[in-house]
Design a protein around this ligand. Structure first.
Ligand code: ATP
Ligand code: MG
Length: 430
């Protein structure tokens, strides 16, 4: 067979040279969520198609053209999740998590959208997100924004992102605004592209979301929803901006920010960056008070966000913001210098792991000539090589060779090896 099987276009392998960077990011996220008292939820990556159609909305890019939908062997229509809010709501309802209680949840995992693959845009990509339920005030909106802002700070990204916010008001306010907007668009019908003409009747607000540069000026002059808010939504929005100001979070009000999904109401926000070219949104979220009811539950207020991990990793990589010690993996490479010392080396490796739970130690396996063994140790990336030759074996000792420092080799008795390694590896250098 001459054609080797390749990964599906737009779906990436995460190779060992990149995984430390992801683990660093994931570690920061996990610590952050704990810091704020958010609990992790994991849901299946496949759901019934109807869940996404009903929540995201039929007239959206995702549902119209991006979902991986298929019939399973029973003929049921299933879909690889394109996002995770709907799944969280489904799970929370199904397991009674929304009954007279509040929830602060977070998730992380792969999402699937059939889009044109390019830098920062893939067909399998990963999101971290939070979803909160049962809280309707601007305080929780502010909290989820502050939580995301703290992540930028932790990662050193805070100087490279901008917060944009807007309010979509209540359903009624949006309906009244919609009529004004349609009238405006009808006056400028000749400037609308094909997609927008179609949306004029089905979902005119979505036209504001268009990235077509030919429509930018006309869209810039369109009536703004933020000027037509109902009094409660206005109060909510003013409450949010007051909290953001008090917390020292800078923001820009973007009246054209409407978000691509149907289920949002009131607060919407996005964190954007200019470091990634056109794929500039790294985190997007908002309030979706109507979604639980829309999916058949009792009305429960909710607010959350999702961030694209690939885009954030790209930023960390481009801006060289990853601390060195987050990427160095192996502390030591244990090298039996000949076949005769291999069994002793294997047992020593186990003893060292017993004694030093944090130690990252790789044992040389697979034999080889003396020269090739030394080469493997050098290539391992470890800080130290622990060498056991027949001489060391006879004397119950180990030679420690510094692979990345210009420093003389040590000869250490096995009995004090734990202590020496501890000293050498604690702190940046011993
Ligand atoms: P965009 O306008 O870039 O298509 P979106 O509005 O479709 O984004 P959301 O559904 O809000 O995106 O998803 C939240 C975040 O997930 C985005 O801000 C982005 O960081 C990330 N994301 C969305 N789609 C992709 C994708 N195909 N590949 C990589 N990351 C993505
Ligand atoms: Mg999109």
């Amino acid at each position: 067979m001459s054609n080797k099987i390749q990964a599906i276009r737009g779906m990436n392998d995460l190779l060992p040279d990149q995984s430390p960077l992801w683990q660093y990011f994931e570690g920061q996220v996990r610590a952050l969520m704990r810091h704020y008292g958010y609990a992790e939820i994991r849901t299946p990556i496949v759901e019934q198609t109807a869940l996404f159609k009903r929540s995201i909305g039929e007239v959206t890019d995702i549902v119209e053209k991006e979902m991986y939908t298929f019939d399973d062997r029973n003929g049921d229509s299933l879909t690889l999740r394109p996002e995770n809010t709907a799944s969280c709501v489904r799970a929370a309802m199904q397991h009674g998590l929304l009954h007279n209680q509040t929830q602060r949840l977070w998730y992380q995992g792969p999402m699937f959208r059939h889009e044109r693959p390019q830098k920062g845009r893939y067909r399998q990509f990963h999101q971290v997100g939070v979803e909160t339920f049962g809280l309707d005030g601007p305080d929780i909106d502010a909290e989820v924004i502050l939580l995301s802002a703290r992540l930028w700070k932790q990662l050193g990204l805070d100087q490279h992102v901008t917060l944009e916010i807007n309010s979509l008001g209540s359903t009624e306010a949006r309906a009244a605004y919609r009529d004004k907007l349609v009238a405006y668009f009808e006056q400028h019908h000749e400037l609308l592209d094909e997609d927008s003409r179609r949306r004029l009747t089905s979902n005119p607000l979505r036209i504001l979301d268009s990235k077509n540069p030919d429509m930018a000026e006309m869209l810039g002059n369109a009536p703004q929803l933020i000027d037509h808010l109902d009094p409660d939504s206005r109060k909510h929005f003013d409450g949010l901006t007051a909290l953001l100001k008090a917390a020292g979070i800078e923001y820009v009000i973007n009246p054209r920010l409407v978000r691509g999904l149907d289920y949002y109401s009131r607060t919407v926000f996005e964190w954007t960056t200019t470091t990634l070219g056109s794929q500039g949104t790294v985190c997007a979220g908002g309030r979706y008070d109507g979604l639980v009811e829309q999916l058949g539950g009792k009305s429960v207020p909710a607010v959350g966000f999702a961030m694209g991990i690939e885009r954030l990793i790209l930023m960390l990589d481009t801006l060289k913001l990853v601390p060195d010690n987050a990427l160095t993996q192996l502390d030591a490479y244990l090298l039996p210098m000949s076949e005769a010392t291999e069994p002793a080396a294997l047992l020593l490796a186990e003893r060292l792991r017993d004694a030093l739970p944090a130690l990252s130690l790789q044992l040389h396996c697979g034999g080889g000539s003396f020269k090739s063994r030394i080469k493997k140790a050098d290539r391992s990336g470890a800080r130290l090589a622990l060498l056991i030759g027949e001489d060391e074996l006879a004397r119950d000792s180990v030679a420690i060779k510094f692979l990345r420092e210009d420093r003389e080799q040590l000869d250490i008795a096995q009995a004090s090896l734990t202590e020496t390694l501890n000293a050498l590896l604690s702190g940046s250098s011993a």
